[in-house]
Design a protein around this ligand. Structure first.
Ligand SMILES: [Zn+2]
Length: 326
């Protein structure tokens, strides 16, 4: 049985664990990222997290076949370098593979964090024990992250930026996105955008806003208008909330149809806060996809929730190490 360590590096936390070649998790933990202290300290932390993963599982680092690191930002896959991670202090041209190999003595593989999470769901989550070889994962959280698996491999593209489905344009000329485009999926289908659009609709007024149960909440504490709250209100029959959630399903569904035409995935997996809106969310999404998809007599892609939750990142990073160093 080969053992792998997965390290999921984020600006707030480093999540880590030891996983065997069947995907079974033998240990896991988390530590706060000391981002303020710069990349050197964070790289030391990655080595500590690797040691801790082995120790917690009763193994030695020397017994580990490989370490996978999932990191935010733009990555040069040829050199194992994080070129730029804007949410981390000083993370420009950090040679993660070299630095972590030097600190641990084990082979290291580097992957973008959203890709790693998708690969985790492919290897050991939603697509495990299925015939699926072609899968897309969309993480609907603060933004919309995604990863694409084709023929059992992550797709990277020319400069490592393939699979940015959050920036598919679903509304030409629509809402501005920090990426510089307008009408990106992320502006309509992230959990934050659901809350933001509900607040905008309430502030814009009109009959739905006047009759909305969300109005009082907005007046009392606008931070309570979350994606979860908007969905609960929609399910309870609030017309304004329902318009927002319908719009979300619509644009997300349209993006899914586009992704299906281009990549023919067997499965699309949904993770992140919005995916927790439950079965009615998936029903609405499947309906939009069916209505807007071509009418060929072929099985459509399965639209399913993710299974690994917050563990997808480190399990996926371990899976990346497994795919490279087994
Ligand atoms: Zn964008």
């Amino acid at each position: 049985m080969a053992l792998f360590i997965g390290l999921d590096l984020g600006g707030t936390n480093i999540k880590y664990g030891l996983v065997d070649d069947t995907g079974k998790v033998h240990s896991k933990g988390s530590m706060e990222t000391r981002d303020d202290e710069g990349p050197g300290v964070v790289l030391d932390q990655l080595a500590t997290a690797a040691n801790e993963s082995a120790k917690l599982a009763g193994a030695k680092l020397a017994d580990v076949a490989g370490i996978g690191v999932g990191a935010p930002g733009m990555i040069d896959f040829d050199t194992g370098t994080v070129l730029l991670a804007t949410n981390m202090k000083g993370w420009t041209n950090i040679r993660v593979v070299d630095e972590v190999t030097r600190r641990t003595g084990r082979p290291v593989a580097l992957e973008n964090d959203a890709n790693a999470a998708a690969f985790g769901e492919y290897w050991s989550g939603a697509a495990k024990h299925t015939q699926v070889k072609h899968m897309i994962m969309l993480t609907l959280g603060t933004g919309v992250g995604s990863g694409i698996v084709v023929d059992g491999q992550l797709v990277h593209g020319g400069i490592g930026l393939a699979g940015e489905a959050g920036h598919l344009i679903v509304v030409p000329g629509g809402r501005p996105c920090p990426c510089g485009q307008k009408g990106c999926l992320e502006q309509y289908a992230s959990a934050s955008s659901v809350a933001r659009r509900a607040i905008e609709a309430l502030e814009a007024g009109g009959p739905d806003a006047v009759g909305s149960s969300l109005r009082l909440t907005l007046a009392q504490d606008r931070s309570k208008i979350t994606c979860k709250f908007v969905y609960e209100s929609a399910y309870a029959g609030d017309a304004l909330a329902k318009k927002v959630t319908d719009e979300t399903s619509y644009y997300l569904g349209i993006a899914c149809v586009t992704l299906c035409r281009v990549l023919d995935p067997q499965m699309i997996v949904f993770a992140g806060g919005l995916s927790l809106a439950g079965e009615p969310f998936f029903e609405a999404l499947r309906k939009v996809v069916a209505e807007n998809s071509w009418k060929l007599p072929v099985k459509p892609a399965d639209l399913v929730p993710a299974k690994l939750g917050n563990d997808a990142g480190f399990i996926g990073a371990a899976a990346v190490a497994w795919s490279k160093h087994r």
